[in-house]
Design a protein around this ligand. Structure first.
Ligand code: AMP
Length: 210
């Protein structure tokens, strides 16, 4: 199965991608995680991307298209993938269509996760991520990770001001990608304002997975 999880920051793409990845046995490909790893490792890519990410902007299409073309062609994505955070612009979506076509494969669905903007702002301002296992929590009080005991931290781009910027960028540059996929008949709308379990059930239902 080749799947895109689409929606604004904070809608729960990463959380749902991890669940689907575990149950379907497919790789979770998160461009945000790849960029954060590059920043942590201080690679050339990380050094280029850090300021843009911290400010809530988008890393350039050229860079992102190059990264994703390599991943899609890699062995790990041979049987499918759960894509989270890509495409975020029309040129990225068009490039991805071309890359998949040249690999002679096609997308199965684009899950459009819909949510109220205020809920996103509330969620992200409380979101903590584990440095060790990557799990995401909505906790008011920071402490050790309930899963592995690792350190929980707030992403530098999850401050209220940067979250508002990311939502503006989403409306201007990313939301138009929805129409691109709606025209292909691949878009599946779901309500992502419920609990993790409710949203997971809704995704499984539109994908016809038991
Ligand atoms: P995420 O973890 O998906 O919220 O991504 C974190 C940040 O990484 C975004 O705010 C962007 O700065 C950058 N980023 C991730 N994916 C992309 C993409 N497809 N295009 C441009 N920038 C991206």
């Amino acid at each position: 199965m080749r799947l895109i999880l689409f929606g604004p920051p904070g809608v729960g793409k990463g959380t749902q991608a991890k669940l689907l990845s575990a149950s379907l046995g497919l790789p979770h490909v998160s461009t945000g995680d790849m960029l954060r790893d590059a920043v942590a490792a201080r690679t050339e890519l990380g050094l280029k991307a850090k300021a843009t990410m911290d400010a809530g902007g988008l890393v350039s299409d050229d860079i992102m298209i190059g990264i994703i073309a390599d991943v899609l062609a890699s062995q790990k994505c041979e049987k499918g993938f759960i894509l989270d955070g890509f495409p975020r612009t029309l040129p990225q979506a068009e490039a991805m269509t071309g890359a998949l076509r040249s690999l002679h494969v096609s997308l199965d669905a684009v899950i459009n996760m819909e949510i109220d903007e205020q809920l996103v702002i509330d969620r992200l301002s409380q979101r903590l991520t584990c440095r060790n296992c990557g799990r995401i929590y909505n906790l008011k009080v920071p402490g050790p990770c309930p899963n592995c005991g690792g350190e929980l931290y707030q992403r530098p781009d999850d401050t209220p001001e940067t979250v508002r910027k990311r939502l503006r960028v989403y409306s201007a540059s990313t939301a138009p990608v929805k129409d691109y996929y709606r025209k292909t008949g691949l878009l599946r709308d779901i309500d992502a304002s419920g609990t993790i379990e409710q949203v997971y059930a809704a995704i499984r239902q539109v994908l016809n997975i038991d």
